[in-house]
Design a protein around this ligand. Structure first.
Ligand code: F55
Length: 762
């Protein structure tokens, strides 16, 4: 009897065949907890703590089966009675414990640390509703609570609890662990998520993400980053951050002592990587704990922290660099406020002649990045260009004082989830052509010898077609949208934000609509899909999404255009939807305003799954272009230097572009009668007005070139031999973007831990 059959008989007294997907899911959860539960946790002396407010882990069933080596057997058992892992996985609810790239990166890193045998845990919070669930109704986003925790979960309640002291009350935490199994490893790591016992989910109104933000004892871990447009929201975030890091710091010190540390030597036992500044309060919190509970002097504690904490920056957008008023910190955590003031004095005394060096500015506001750079031993950016911009402009005054602290770690993605799991047939083709070594070293360059192989081109095209059909079925089931599986699949999936320029692709769509109306019928039909959430308080992002949804409808209802062109807004874009969208894509849209996208990681996922990229010279796109070569990628747009210069000189005038004959009709269509027929007039006028008067992220500056390159790219698609050659080339160079390579680099340069193996790819 197979292992799953055995469990189903034991637990449900019935066969696999007789079991529902829900029951099979429960059975598999137990099978995994049995097999994985027996694995020891990594017990190396030194340990990485990856502290992050977000871990966008996605569903874990297939991932855990794969990493534990159970996938093939279970799949066989299920297939034998007409079932599949994919169907069973539908019963798993996806935790949405992250916003976007930053949270997903943390999840890829957990998988890579475990798979490389590095002793590394994630530490964060257990949000009961995570980020909101997105519904599209009346062409607009509606945000409703996402109840992922009500079902069977991967969380194991531990007996670990800590006290977190706020000014007016002390909260008691409970720690939940999720096991993290590496690929083909005989030990495991964990994701440690802290929660509040007193949290209560009853207080949210049905179908609403609004709740009483002052009721901290009951609401602290309800949602991820609630809207911070009001003061209460902002305070709740400080509460969340401090709750997270106080727990993390107490856990880290406790475990280090258990492993033999006397805490003065903490750096030999622990390294704390903070994911952006969200966990930066761990710096004063460690100092508080070390001085008040463990007998260190302030100076000693500062030295311990400086040798233990490392900081990753994920953005140069000024509005995203966290700054907290000292008055608020005083009000919530007076002891922490006192320590931050001492740290501010400390750096000011160290750099008496550099007035630009401080933690607390003249308005009594604390700059979290500044604290993380001064009191950490490493600061890294997430792609070569991003790190360069940090050094030369955004953080140049820090770089001047601490050049040795700055380093680059180009992001990566885990190949387990982003190819082996989401595109198993393509992974099998790699096995056939390369042997199975790539599954561990992620080196796909051996594929280059097939770049002109017509038979391989045909196999790749066939797999793409198969993945398009899978996507079609999924979209029909999820939202009733029917797409054309014989069309070019062109995708932009990511958070809605002006700098990512969904509005530029939107204006392209208007262009294409006009062009088809004029009789220029595309040789192959085109489907453009968008997916992504917008922050509820971010009006322009909502306006853009609204306009795209209206265009989608307008095109669908136009019989001259709809056979050739379709625009789809994918509802509630999340990790599981990405897993179906990306393998089906022909074209990957990476069109941010140069200098603004720190790295991007979707770009890497698409490349690995055989899509070609249209992109600006931004973030990791630059490194992708370097690797595949200019002939295999479709680049356009102003350089990051030009853009930085334009910002510095205030030199961009959207009117100069708006007035051009190719652009004006596209922008003006936003407020046309056709659009206003179903649209919200206020939103349409707001967006129209914003684009022609501000256009802060310069959608118009690259628009004409974007249109030309897109048209050229669609033309190239018709030359399938050439296209498939480019596809092979892109896949072959994707190995560098494995998060195993990224984590090997972190370990080599920053963490210095033992590992089973590492990946070096130049
Ligand atoms: C979440 C919360 C706050 Cl308060 C600010 C930012 C975020 C967030 O989600 N940021 C984010 O996703 N940043 C992205 O990080 C990725 C991983 O490094 C990068 O690839 C991407 O360029 C960057 O925008």
């Amino acid at each position: 009897m197979g292992q799953l059959e055995d469990i189903m008989q034991r637990e449900f007294d019935q066969s696999i065949k007789e079991s529902s997907d829900q029951e099979l899911y429960k059975g598999l959860l137990d099978l995994i907890q049995e097999v994985g539960g027996n694995l020891p946790t990594n017990d190396a002396k030194k340990k990485v703590y990856y502290v992050s407010a977000e871990f966008l882990i996605g569903k874990l069933l297939s991932n855990n089966l794969l990493n534990l080596g159970l996938y093939d057997e279970v799949e066989k058992e299920l297939n034998a009675v007409g079932k599949s892992i994919a169907d069973v996985e539908q019963a798993e609810l996806e935790p949405s414990l992250g916003n976007g790239g930053l949270g997903r990166l943390a999840a890829c890193f957990l998988d890579s640390m475990a798979s490389l045998g590095i002793n590394g845990d994630g530490v964060g919070l257990n949000y009961h509703f995570g980020l909101f669930k997105q519904l599209i109704s009346d062409y607009q986003q509606a945000a409703v609570p996402d109840e992922w925790l009500t079902q069977e979960t991967w969380l194991n309640k531990s007996s670990i609890q800590f006290e977190v002291p706020f000014r007016d009350f002390t909260l008691t935490s409970t720690l939940y662990d999720i096991d993290v199994y590496g690929y083909d490893q005989n030990k495991k790591n964990r994701l440690r998520l802290f929660d509040l016992d007193s949290v209560s989910a009853d207080i949210i109104e049905p179908n609403s993400i609004f709740f009483d933000k002052t009721n901290i004892k009951e609401n602290l871990t309800l949602f991820l980053y609630p809207d911070d447009s009001d003061h209460q929201g902002l305070l709740l975030r400080i509460y969340q951050q401090y709750f997270m890091v106080s727990n993390a710091a107490q856990l880290i010190l406790q475990e280090a002592k258990e492993r033999g540390s006397n805490l003065r030597d903490l750096a030999d036992y622990a390294v704390i990587q903070i994911n952006d500044t969200h966990p930066a309060f761990i710096i004063p919190e460690l100092i508080r704990l070390l001085t008040t509970q463990h007998g260190l002097t302030f100076e000693e504690a500062v030295e311990v922290v400086k040798s233990t904490v490392a900081f990753t920056n994920h953005t140069i957008l000024a509005e995203a660099l966290e700054k907290w008023p000292m008055a608020d910190i005083d009000m919530l955590m007076p002891e922490i406020a006192g320590i931050i003031r001492q740290l501010d004095q400390h750096v000011r005394a160290e750099f008496p002649d550099s007035p630009e060096i401080f933690i607390i500015d003249q308005n009594d506001v604390a700059h979290m990045a500044s604290m993380a750079i001064h009191f950490g031993f490493s600061t890294n950016g997430v792609a070569a260009l991003h790190t360069q911009i940090l050094k030369t402009s955004e953080l140049s005054h820090f770089y001047k004082h601490y050049p040795e602290r700055f380093n680059n770690k180009t992001n990566g993605i885990t190949f387990r989830r982003w190819i082996m799991n989401c595109n198993p047939e393509l992974a099998e083709l790699f096995d056939e052509l390369l042997g199975e070594g790539w599954r561990k070293d992620h080196d796909l360059r051996g594929l280059l010898k097939y770049e002109d192989d017509k038979e391989i081109h045909a196999r790749l095209a066939e797999l793409k077609q198969h993945n398009k059909v899978t996507l079609k079925k999924r979209l029909e089931k999820d939202q009733g949208t029917v797409i054309n599986e014989n069309s070019i699949i062109d995708i932009q999936i990511k958070r809605f934000h002006e700098y990512k320029r969904q509005q530029m692709l939107m204006l392209y769509i208007v262009h294409k609509y006009f062009d088809i109306k004029k009789g220029n019928i595309p040789a192959t039909p085109i489907t453009i899909l968008f997916g992504g959430k917008a922050a509820p308080a971010y009006t322009i992002a909502q306006d853009i999404m609204h306009t795209i949804s209206l265009l989608s409808k307008l095109i669908e209802e136009d019989p001259d255009v709809s056979p050739h062109f379709q625009v789809v807004m994918v509802e509630n874009y999340n990790v599981s939807k990405a897993e179906v969208l990306i393998p089906a894509a022909d074209i990957s849209e990476q069109i941010s305003l140069a200098s603004k996208e720190a790295s991007g990681t979707g770009n890497m996922k698409f490349m690995l799954n055989g899509a070609l990229t249209i992109c600006t010279f931004d973030g990791a796109n630059v490194e992708i272009a370097e690797r595949v070569g200019g002939d295999n990628i479709y680049t356009f747009g102003r350089s990051s230097q030009d853009i930085v210069e334009l910002y510095n000189t205030n030199g961009y005038r959207p009117q100069d572009y708006y007035s051009r004959p190719r652009i004006k009709p596209l922008v003006d269509f936003i407020v046309s009668d056709e659009m206003k027929k179903h649209g919200n007039h206020e939103r349409l006028h707001h967006l129209h007005n914003d684009i022609l008067s501000k256009d802060y992220f310069m959608a118009l500056i690259d628009l004409e070139e974007f249109i030309d390159v897109k048209e050229y790219m669609y033309e190239q698609y018709e030359d399938q031999d050439k296209w498939m050659k480019q596809v092979v080339n892109n896949i072959a160079h994707a190995g560098f973007f494995s998060s195993d390579r990224t984590i090997s680099d972190y370990n080599e340069d920053i963490w210095h831990l033992e590992s089973d193996h590492s990946i070096n790819m130049r």
